[in-house]
Ligand binder design. Sequence first.
Ligand SMILES: Cc1cc2nc3c(=O)[nH]c(=O)nc-3n(C[C@H](O)[C@H](O)[C@H](O)COP(=O)(O)OP(=O)(O)OC[C@H]3O[C@@H](n4cnc5c(N)ncnc54)[C@H](O)[C@@H]3O)c2cc1C
Length: 378
Amino acid sequence: MSAPDVAIAGGGIVGAALAALLAEAGASVRLYEREAIAAGASGRNSGVLQHPLDEALVAVHERSLALYETLGHGFAHPAEPVGALVLSDDPEPLRRECGELAARFPEVAPEWLEGAALLAAEPGVGEGLYAYRLETGRPVPPASATQAWAERARAAGAELRIGEAVEAVEVQDGRATGVRTAAGAEPAGAVALAAGPWTTRLARKMPDTFLAPTWGVNVEVRLPEPPRHVLEQAGIDGLTKGSIRVSPSGRTPATEPGPLGRCSAFSIVTAGGVSAVGSTFLPDEPDPDLAAPQVLERGARYLPALGRVGTFAARACLRPQSYDSRPLLGPHGSIEGLHLATGHGAWGISLGPGSAELVAAAILEGGEIPPELAASRV
Ligand SMILES: Cc1cc2nc3c(=O)[nH]c(=O)nc-3n(C[C@H](O)[C@H](O)[C@H](O)COP(=O)(O)OP(=O)(O)OC[C@H]3O[C@@H](n4cnc5c(N)ncnc54)[C@H](O)[C@@H]3O)c2cc1C
């Protein structure tokens, strides 16, 4: 068996897209996935392709949307966004936020909605709420993007080794020479780590504090009249970013444990008749069945129909949250031939393909990674 040009650890959205893009560019690729394609957050997310509202990430998001448009392999790309409504019962901070976003991200066309205009846009929302609408949000079934990228990688000749874990990266004289699995050392020309929150375990000389995974609980419900928009409680963005504190002495994230109330915010995304209600941002693994009623109760303030839900399915998974909420991409920094592709936190489905494209170019052509996304910044 000849050594592949690139060995990839992880079959989530990032690893699967990377395998497809590398193989289509002519590289021989072997992807190792210890469990199943989309076994982690890439199969258990809320399923919305959404603008990241971070200047450093806009280009990666736009490339991701362009790549999704032509993804094929069973992926149904929503041509138009359904819009995201950010809701609050406190109008003044919300109105300020709306104005700030209009100045920073005119492409999402923030629009203020209250009273009859809000009810016309979204008839099911609770009383006494205010909102702004963003022109973003393409709902997709949670695992569909990753499954399609994996199919596309296979079609381009990539070898997908499902059920095989990478135990370590093999390094000789400061250079990655392959991976170690249960079968022994398996040489490769280069190694890419796309193992989501588990990446730092495999990345040598990288403290695991650079990723501070947060647990998200998603509750799946079927509503007779699901909302037209993606709905989000105001402040969810701060919660995703604020769940990690950077200590003054270094980049040590300290996720704050605490009651669910302080570590959760409402969101709902509907794709294919199923609504995913989220979510929590917890440092420790929650019991999804215990957390689910609280998630629905919080949601009922914003969408009263959630108070009448009879049955639901709940699931928890880890977000690969980086210390600064931006991806860690490209050359490792101190080991030649070792590349990282992780750290997408709450927005990996919206950013993963664009990130994979940057990492593929870095591996094949020495392409530059924007400094604010470069793994070497850690
Ligand atoms: C509740 C929730 C809702 C979300 N909603 C959205 C959303 O609506 N939109 C959005 O854009 N993003 C969303 N996200 C974020 C998004 O799901 C993640 O950022 C993204 O899926 C991460 O992809 P990944 O490929 O980096 O990692 P993962 O999906 O974690 O994939 C890593 C893979 O590596 C495998 N693996 C681990 N260790 C090894 C090893 N040693 N060897 C081989 N394989 C290994 C794992 O089994 C796993 O399959 C959400 C996340 C959560 C938790």
